[in-house]
Design a protein around this ligand. Structure first.
Ligand code: AMP
Length: 415
């Protein structure tokens, strides 16, 4: 099978790495890719948001499967264009991707499907926003309705700041605050059958101890030794299957990766958000533990044959990923700095480096090219060992001004 992956971050590098290890994959392509992906796949320049361009590239390459990584192409209808060209695609239609593209749409689907989530109001005026904030009280949660690349959500006890965020967005969802730890649970679906993956947890804040600004994610780990037994089954039954059934009932069946961001609150499990694609950086740790070859799993989603898939096989051990970000991330990331020590980081075979924002210069040096630069990932018998290996690898890498959290998976490993 020839596979084309769309995207160019660490999530796509993780997907490409797993696909490159699948004996069923005879050719692997990625567009646009990055310097790390180029080591395992042929990379092609493409406008990821242009469905016609992506479909044409897939046709030219003779791809038997296209995997769309990021949310923006999905919401822009890239999966529809590829599907219309008769090529199997992993990823939902633009209509189904509204589950991530519009928070108001997601709330509507959850209400119809009886899925537990925060109570909320959709507001378009300052007066509506003020009323909603006062209805719930502090801490306030104000979410931009549309895609905002992880920057659309403000959680604050400052009523003025909450109002200001609402005023800066055209339409917001204001909702009750959910306490309790967060869990990311991914599921592969073909629109009918739902196959959950292993849960993971990510770290959204920039600094140790969950301080500092929100980011795209600074690290992740899996499994979650502290999670209640039966969590995956419960979420499958109360969240994932009803959501997939509701979307199919509406005529907008969702196939691809359904990502449930959950809060385990004192009053039970609640959905914080849905995403329509693999999460970054959780994908790095979830795929590091998946033993079943990946291409067949993704193709079964694209083909609608997930009901025939053998149960997934998982590594019993643990995986940890630590994001190395550039100086100034997330506010004003500095790019163009050389990265040293990449080979050394992987030398003892216990860790691997996934590239997020990198590019190669004419001399073949790898330069930083984005806010999140690398996802340094390791597996081990348990979280403590995976952590130790990931941080040992991080220590061998040098990037001027580079920053990373030192407490990824720390609490879970020592609990
Ligand atoms: P989202 O983009 O919806 O995942 O929100 C980003 C982050 O904001 C989440 O990972 C949570 O940490 C936080 N958040 C979102 N909604 C809520 C909520 N209702 N209560 C508490 N925290 C929230």
């Amino acid at each position: 099978m020839k596979v084309l992956v769309i995207g160019g971050g660490a999530r796509e590098h993780a997907l490409c790495r797993s696909l490159s290890q699948d004996p069923a994959v005879t050719e692997l392509h990625c567009a646009p890719g990055n310097a790390g992906i180029a080591q395992v796949a042929a990379v092609h320049p493409v406008d990821q948001l242009d469905g016609a361009q992506v479909a044409a590239l897939a046709g030219r390459l003779g791809a038997g499967l296209v995997v769309v990584g990021p949310e923006a192409p999905l919401v822009a209808g890239v999966a529809d264009a590829v599907r219309a060209a008769g090529i199997p695609v992993f990823g939902p239609s633009a209509a189904a991707a509204q589950l991530e593209g519009s928070k108001a749409f997601a709330k509507d689907v959850m209400a119809a499907a009886g899925v537990p989530t925060a109570r909320s109001y959709v507001c378009t005026t300052a007066a509506e926003a003020a009323e909603a904030l006062d209805a719930f009280g502090a801490p306030y949660v104000v979410k931009d309705d549309g895609l905002a690349a992880g920057k659309g959500v403000v959680v604050t006890s400052d009523r003025e700041a909450a109002l200001a965020h609402a005023a800066a967005c055209e339409r917001v969802v204001i909702e009750e605050y959910l306490d309790g730890p967060e869990v990311s649970l991914f599921a592969i679906t073909d629109g009918t059958t739902v196959v959950p993956l292993q849960p993971a947890q990510d770290f959204k804040r920039a600094l140790d101890g969950d301080e500092g600004p929100n980011t795209g994610g600074m690290g992740a780990y899996s499994p979650l030794p502290w999670a209640p037994a039966g969590l995956v089954e419960e979420v499958l039954e109360t969240v994932l299957q009803p959501t997939v059934d509701e979307l199919r009932r509406r005529g907008t069946a969702f196939s691809g990766l359904l990502y449930a961001g959950l809060a385990l609150t004192s009053r039970g499990t609640r959905v914080i958000e849905f995403n329509a694609r693999f999460g970054d950086p959780e994908t790095q740790v979830v795929l590091a533990r998946l033993r079943t070859p990946l291409a067949g799993v993704l193709l079964a989603s694209a083909d609608g044959t997930l009901d025939q898939l053998e149960p997934l096989r998982w590594d019993e051990g643990a995986a940890v990923t630590v994001v190395v970000a550039s100086e100034g991330y997330p506010a004003a990331p500095r790019t163009g700095d050389p990265i040293e020590g990449l080979a050394e980081a992987e030398a003892d075979g216990t860790a691997f480096v996934l590239h997020a924002g990198t590019k190669a210069d004419e001399d073949g040096r790898v330069l930083s090219a984005g806010g999140r630069v690398l996802s340094v990932t390791a597996t081990g018998a348990d979280l403590a060992e995976a952590r130790e290996r990931a941080y040992a690898a991080v220590d061998r890498i040098s990037l001027k001004g580079g920053q990373h959290r030192t407490d990824i998976a720390l609490k879970a490993a020592t609990a």
